[in-house]
Structures are given as structure tokens and as C-alpha cells.
Design a protein around this ligand. Structure first.
Ligand code: SAM
Ligand code: SF4
Length: 313
């Protein structure tokens, strides 16, 4: 297998593919009131997604994750998953808000797509509705339990916001312990609508860890250099992780590239720059791949105006 090593010696092997920017949620920290989704005809086709992923997998990418917007909203989502499932990857999965996923799970359960990250910011019905704009907590929980039952490897991502859902950390610890599901707490990132320098909703991972330590002994889990989270197991069996992108950036070990919904290969979540590879021949794709790798920053970029739903988180 070819290895993609960038100028800083980082082993680049993960690819996030954003399938579309549209979403059926209005998460407070992601979706601005004024939004315009890309016209469908400008999105990469199913065939183009497969072609580009195949080229990149042949040349050193071994982990694929689909995202968006809400990736499951693509009418050809199941077909895209089935196509990509035929590629030789070590890990293939997607990130989802989990709404209306139940039927899809049955359709993809026998594929190589085994890793699902669910975004779930509250276990309280009213607060879930306040954060996402949709009163569908039950549906999301149903999808999470069904995915687990079907044997998918699942994780839950919680974006913590001071004064909004930070009082639920203990509830999530209990949830993780009771159900044997890893829960990761994400710091609110300065992306799109959350761009204010002094965002009073921001709460750092270390502050949360200090709180948790008052009640629990935290046992560190060994991590890989390019893991975005650092995890602990607790006596109740909970496995909790922290993604401290703001206070403890992990650019040093970053191993990711991204393809946007229209087929632009970009070096970093926080960089709008990149090269369009959709519609480009294989040789040129490989040339652009190396150019994009050279653009990968070594230090954390402070913020980005572009909204998360357009980038693909
Ligand atoms: N719609 C899918 C979902 O919500 O899981 C996939 C796309 S969403 C943009 C991917 C992840 O980005 C979600 O876990 C979401 O919570 C996270 N996210 C969005 N905006 C964020 C922000 N400003 N800071 C931290 N995480 C953010
Ligand atoms: Fe949609 Fe995901 Fe953004 Fe929420 S975080 S609005 S579910 S894209």
C-alpha cells in the first residue's frame, strides 16, 4: 500500500467526503438563519464520488467517512455506501444526525460501512428541540439503539455549550455506561455562526474534565497519534472522549483530507482553499492531491467564516 506522507512527516490516510450541504436540522451552532443550499445538479454525482474515492484509496487513503450537511438526505445515499463499500479500506463510516435512519440501516447492514458517529447534543426532549429545531429525540435514540443492535460500531458526538447543555455531562456518562456506547464531548469551534472571539457558550475540555473528576476516577485510554479525541473509561463502564479542537488542537498529528460537496479537495477543515478534482483525470487528481497535502497547515487556524454545514464536519 502506498503511503502519503506530507512535508511535515504526517501520514495522510483519512478522507472525509461531504455528500451535500443540505440538512433537516437547524443546530444552533451550525445552521445560520440565512442559508442557501447548493443546487443538486452542482453536487458530485454518485459515479464521480466513487471514481475519486477509488483513485484516492488506490493511492494511500484507507479510511473514508461520509458527512455533510446531512449525508443520509441524499436519495442515492444507500447506493453511494454500497459503491464505496467495495473499496479496500480499513474503516468506512459516516456522521449523521440520525433522523430517519432506521430503514437505511437495514439496507446497509451487510456492507463494509460499519462506523457511525451520531450527533446528539441532549438527552432531554425539550432541549434537544431547542438545539436542533426538531422534536425528534425519540427517532434519533431509536436509530442509535437499532444501529448498535445491528452491529455497527457507534459513537455519539456532543457539542457542549455553556449554559445550554453542559449540565448534561453526567447524564451522558450514565448513558454511556448503561448502553456501552462511547460518548465524545466536542468543544464548540469557531466556524461559521460561532465565529465571535469571546463566545460565552464556549467551555473547554479541561474545565469539563475537572468537573467530572469530582465524581469519577478517569482512566486514560491509549490513543493513536491522529486520534482527534482523548478518552477515559470510568467505573460505571462509560467510555468518554474529549475533542478539544480549540484548546488543544491536534494539527501535529492530523491525517485528514476533505472533499467538499462539489468535488473540491481541501487540506483542512479550517481552510477554504483547495483544488477542484471532480471531473479531473486521474493523473492530474494525483498531482493536485500532493499540492493539497503541501497546503496542510501545521498550526491551528484561528477561525473560518464558512459555515460548517457547507464544509462537512
Ligand atoms: N449532519 C451530520 C451531523 O450532524 O452529524 C453531519 C455533519 S455535522 C456538520 C458534523 C459534526 O460537526 C456534528 O457532530 C456537529 O455537531 C459538528 N459541528 C457543527 N458545527 C460545529 C461547531 N461550530 N463546533 C463544533 N462542532 C460542530
Ligand atoms: Fe445539520 Fe449536522 Fe449542522 Fe446539525 S450539525 S445543522 S445536523 S449539518
Amino acid at each position: 500500500m502506498k503511503k502519503l506522507i506530507d512535508k511535515q512527516g504526517r501520514h495522510i490516510h483519512k478522507l472525509r467526503i461531504s455528500l451535500l450541504d443540505a440538512c433537516n436540522f437547524n443546530c444552533l451552532y451550525c445552521m445560520p438563519e440565512e442559508r442557501q443550499f447548493m443546487p443538486k445538479k452542482e453536487l458530485m454525482s454518485r459515479e464521480e464520488i466513487f471514481r475519486l474515492a477509488s483513485i484516492l484509496v488506490k493511492n494511500g487513503i484507507d479510511e473514508l467517512r461520509l458527512t455533510g450537511g446531512e449525508p443520509t438526505l441524499r436519495s442515492d445515499f444507500v447506493e453511494i455506501v454500497k459503491d464505496l463499500s467495495t473499496l479496500e479500506t480499513k474503516k468506512f463510516g459516516f456522521t449523521t444526525n440520525g433522523r430517519s435512519l432506521s430503514k437505511t440501516l437495514d439496507e446497509i447492514k451487510d456492507t463494509n460501512c460499519k462506523y457511525i458517529n451520531f450527533s446528539l447534543d441532549s438527552l432531554n426532549q425539550a432541549l434537544f428541540k431547542k438545539i436542533t429545531g426538531k422534536d425528534v429525540l425519540e427517532d434519533v435514540l431509536h436509530a442509535i439503539f437499532k444501529a448498535k443492535e445491528l452491529g455497527f460500531q457507534i459513537k455519539i458526538n456532543v457539542v457542549l455549550m455553556r449554559g445550554i447543555n453542559d449540565h448534561e455531562v453526567e447524564d451522558f456518562i450514565e448513558f454511556s455506561g448503561n448502553h456501552g456506547i462511547e460518548v465524545r464531548f466536542l468543544e464548540l469551534m469557531k466556524i461559521g455562526v460561532v465565529n465571535a472571539k469571546d463566545n460565552d457558550q464556549f467551555i473547554s475540555a479541561s474545565e469539563v474534565i475537572n468537573q467530572v473528576q469530582k465524581n469519577w476516577q478517569l482512566n486514560s485510554v491509549k490513543r493513536k497519534i491522529d486520534d482527534t479525541s482523548f478518552n477515559y473509561v470510568l467505573e460505571n463502564g462509560a467510555n468518554i472522549g474529549f475533542i478539544a479542537s480549540e484548546s488543544m488542537p491536534f494539527c501535529n498529528g492530523c491525517s485528514r483530507l476533505r472533499i467538499g460537496p462539489k468535488g473540491t479537495l481541501r487540506p483542512c477543515l479550517m481552510m477554504n482553499e483547495g483544488y477542484k478534482i471532480a471531473g479531473v483525470g486521474e493523473e492530474e487528481v494525483l498531482e493536485l492531491l500532493h499540492r493539497v497535502m503541501d497546503m496542510k497547515p501545521t498550526d491551528r487556524i484561528e477561525n473560518i467564516e464558512q459555515p460548517m454545514y457547507q464544509i462537512g464536519g
